[in-house]
Design a protein around this ligand. Structure first.
Ligand code: GDP
Ligand code: MN
Length: 391
């Protein structure tokens, strides 16, 4: 799960990490009050207005604006609230900005990058920093990988002081700023562990004009499987920022991820779903989604799955690929028959059922009056669905 910058900053604050604080609003009517509040809290007349969306690169896209006075702040709030912000992470369709943060403009002396995530090849969390902050880290990784310095964290030990000092040193920090960095890095890792994050990223981490360290931006993602342990964090979820079909799928306990191809897939089991996507590609098609209906698929799940797949206008054909292990194929067949009856199906459906009661299932489908294309093998199914999508 992702959260907004202003929410991530609240968590950093809870852990005693200095942040660029602000007031977040969702209505232009609150603008003057917010500006006044920031003015009073920070004794400043210069502001920064920041679009709150679940995507980075807002600065380049025009979603972060420096404002030399109140009038400019007001104008930028009016412009940014309600705009469709396009960044390299939103895709060309962009994202509607529903919230903005009003912050005090900060005098920046240096910009760094700091992040923690799991390094899957090492099986350890990795703390990384770079002196090249404020820019896209992907670009740094590509052109100057030596400028990203990493410390692998041994499970159980946490980020050790010598590692935190190495990281501070890598940023060229000395004296009081280095001390601040060491403390900040250790708190960041504590937050990452305690809140079951999958990524914590501060870009930029800055040295202010006064020489202090501060998180100017913050991005935190969480491990969904641990959210039940953190009710307060789960409550920060913003459904406006998520794909509506994925939200709908979640409600029906379906694992659905939208992709940009034309073949809708309904599969049970993540492994089979992955290989279904592979084989579709192999025979020249492109999957419209990943959908795992799970081990206990029944009539309801199949119906919901269909509804979600068909809500995608790109879908030209549907492939149902079910292996009956725990789930019985005849149940799936009944689900398909019912779903096709109630839903207004306007695309061809290819069905491949194998395993428990597959014979009964085939009979059911053959004797029903629903129009489906039956397939015998995995490959046969892939060929037929790609063909059907073309026609
Ligand atoms: P992102 O583009 O979505 O990553 O948004 P950021 O919050 O990182 O802001 C982008 C850039 O705007 C930063 O790297 C800074 O260079 C600049 N910026 C943001 N806030 C301030 C501020 O208060 N003062 C100054 N001088 N620059 C800022
Ligand atoms: Mn940033």
């Amino acid at each position: 799960m992702k959260i907004h910058e202003y929410q991530a900053k609240e968590l950093l604050k809870d852990y005693g990490i200095p942040i660029q604080d602000g007031v977040t609003i969702d209505d232009v009517a609150q603008a003057e009050e917010a500006i006044e509040q920031v003015h009073r809290a920070h004794d400043t007349e210069q502001y920064v207005i920041k679009a709150q969306i679940h995507a980075g690169g807002r600065g380049k896209g025009g979603g972060v604006k420096f404002c030399p006075d109140r009038a400019a702040a007001l104008e930028n709030i009016q412009n940014i609230l309600g705009m469709t912000l396009v960044t390299h992470q939103t895709g060309p369709e962009g994202r509607l900005v529903k919230k903005v943060m009003v912050g005090p403009a900060i005098d920046i002396k240096q910009e760094f990058y700091a992040a923690i995530t799991l390094d899957r090849t090492k099986g350890m969390d990795t703390f990384m920093v770079s002196s090249e902050g404020g820019v896209e880290i992907e670009e740094v990784a590509r052109t100057a990988p030596e400028k990203i310095v990493k410390e692998a964290i041994v499970p159980g030990f946490g980020l050790r002081s010598f590692q935190a000092r190495n990281l501070a040193l890598a940023l060229g920090l000395e004296g009081a700023a280095a001390k601040q960095a060491v403390g900040m890095f250790q708190k960041l890792y504590q937050l990452y562990r305690e809140l079951d994050c999958s990524i914590v990223e501060i870009n930029p981490l800055i040295v202010t004009g006064a020489g202090d360290l501060m998180a100017l931006d913050a991005k935190i993602n969480f491990d969904d499987n641990a959210l039940y342990l953190h009710k307060d964090i789960a409550a920060m979820r913003d459904l406006d920022e998520e794909d509506p079909a994925e939200v709908e799928a979640g409600k029906s306990n379906l694992n659905y991820i939208k992709l940009d191809g034309e073949i809708g897939c309904m599969v049970n089991g993540a492994g089979l779903a992955m290989s279904t996507m592979d084989i579709i590609k192999q025979v020249g098609g492109s999957p419209a989604n990943f959908l795992d209906v799970g081990g206990g698929a029944n009539v309801e799940t199949v119906k919901n799955g269909f509804r979600i797949i068909l809500s995608d206008p790109n879908v030209k054909a549907v492939l149902i690929n079910i292996f009956g292990g725990i789930v019985r194929c005849d149940r799936i067949a009944n689900g398909i028959i019912e779903a096709v009856k109630v839903l207004d199906l306007n695309v061809p459906v290819v069905v491949r059922l194998a395993g428990t009661n597959a014979d009964v299932a085939k009979e059911l489908l053959a004797n029903s009056d629903v129009e489906i294309i039956s397939a015998d093998s995995f490959e046969d199914a892939a060929n037929k669905v790609v063909q059907a999508a073309k026609e």
